[in-house]
Design a protein around this ligand. Structure first.
Ligand SMILES: Cc1ncc(COP(=O)(O)O)c(C=O)c1O
Length: 425
């Protein structure tokens, strides 16, 4: 474990100058799947990489230090980290989770409930009455995601953690959207923090990984036991890449959120934007809580297009933002949650969570903010059918014809024996 208290120093020094064999300044990567015994009955610190690996431990130690936890377990994906926490639950335990949780978390919770492994109460955690009603049912775990994906709703971690504790529940916070640099849920009373390290922590969109950080050593040990037992620990190579990516986390996120603020202000004032969801704006309902519990507002935001803007045309015209899942990388991304990140939710669940067909979610990367704003402005103009209905409808019918052709090709391909399956996300 590192001795530093500032995130920048933790990140700059993690595993540095730690190599007793050769004095390598930057940590070497230990890909070996197994480690020799010193002799009969004399195990070293590591024996088999599923249960423990030096490279993975360096990443886990850095994550635990960043989140001010007692220990961390590095997993093969963010979903493996989410699932790892649920391994601590007794059969039939009640989980209280947000009604607008990340689609993959929602799908896992629904599937676990569907087969009777847990009981589930999905609530709007910003609604104190609804939350109290759920807490009276004596949950074992309260799951928090703040800011939420994709609507950027903010809830008060310290308040919910205190109320959950009174109700006898443990608290886990998915901190993926902000990273430990901008929010430290364990210092606000949570028991567990979960990350998709795929996002800001790695930051370069070239690793899928996850982690759970526990406030207590006993919980960290139990999580490590389950991760080894289930075989969901992260690979050494991914761990090495993630630690390498994390070294620049503070400077990346500072620049990214600076651009996000500028983009949010631009969109908030734009007449083709019906609503903007960014906690950094004074008008955002979670602004006061975010100021209190966050160390910055982050670089994720979402917005609803006005009726006259054609969604398909907007996405087709938009430059600089890649239409793709995921977030937190150096590249700016745009996603259409209803058909992408949150497609796993039923339309009813999406409607209840407020995730509409006109909602766009963006992850602001390291591109220059002026380029991003210019790109958004140009696409909003080029996709507003009220501006030039003739041009607009011409383009829309072109896109619709292209879509129809694509879906015909897809259905023809699905008749073939070895046709690629559509993504299941
Ligand atoms: C908030 C949040 N939690 C968890 C996950 C799951 O992470 P992964 O895709 O690394 O499994 C995601 C993925 O987008 C996410 O956005």
């Amino acid at each position: 474990m590192t001795d530093f208290t500032h995130d920048e120093s933790i990140l700059a020094r993690a595993g540095v100058d730690d190599d007793a064999a050769h004095g390598a300044v930057m940590p070497p990567i230990h890909l070996s799947s197994n480690y020799s015994f010193e002799g009969f009955g004399k195990k070293r610190a590591f024996d088999y990489t599923r249960s423990g690996n030096p490279t993975r431990t360096q990443l886990a130690d850095a994550l635990a230090a960043l989140e001010r936890g007692a220990g961390a377990v590095v997993t093969s994906s963010g979903m493996a980290a989410v699932d790892l926490v649920f391994n601590l639950l007794a059969p039939g335990a009640l989980v209280v989770a947000p009604h607008d949780a990340y689609g993959g978390t929602w799908r896992l919770l629904m599937a676990l409930e569907g087969k009777g492994a847990i009981k589930l109460a999905l609530v709007d955690q910003g609604d104190a009455v609804a939350l109290d009603a759920a807490l009276r049912r004596e949950p074992a775990l309260v799951w928090i995601e703040t800011p939420s994906n994709p609507l950027m709703r903010v809830v008060d971690i310290a308040d919910i953690a205190a109320r959950a504790r009174n109700a006898g529940a443990r608290v886990a916070v998915d901190n993926t959207f902000l990273s430990p640099v901008l929010q430290k849920p364990l210092t606000l009373g949570a028991d567990f923090v979960v990350h998709s390290t795929t996002k800001y922590l790695n930051g370069h969109s070239d690793v899928v990984g996850g982690a759970v950080i526990a406030a207590s050593q006993a919980d960290a040990d139990e999580l490590a036991w389950w991760a080894n037992c289930r075989g969901t620990t992260g690979s050494p190579f991914d761990s090495w890449l993630t630690l390498r990516g994390m070294r620049t986390l503070v400077v990346r996120i500072e620049r990214q959120q600076q651009s996000a603020r500028a983009v949010a202000a631009f969109l908030a004032a734009h007449d083709r934007v019906a609503a903007i969801h960014y906690p950094g704006l004074e008008t955002h309902p979670g602004n006061a809580i975010a100021k209190r519990q966050q160390n910055g507002f982050g670089a994720m935001l979402s917005f609803d297009l006005v009726e006259s803007v054609d969604v398909a045309l907007f996405l087709d015209r938009l430059r600089h933002f890649t239409l793709a899942e995921s977030l937190g990388g150096v590249e700016s991304l745009i996603a259409h949650p209803a058909t992408m990140t949150h497609a796993a939710m039923t339309p009813e669940a999406r409607a209840a969570a407020g995730i509409g067909e006109r909602l766009m979610r963006v992850s602001i990367g390291l591109d220059h903010q002026d380029d991003l704003i210019a790109a958004l402005g140009a696409a909003l103009k080029a996709s507003d059918l009220k501006c030039d209905p003739e041009v607009g409808s011409g383009l829309v019918s072109h896109l619709r014809a292209k879509d129809a052709l694509d879906s015909k090709l897809a259905s023809a391909a699905s008749d073939l024996k070895f046709a690629p399956r559509p993504p299941s996300k």
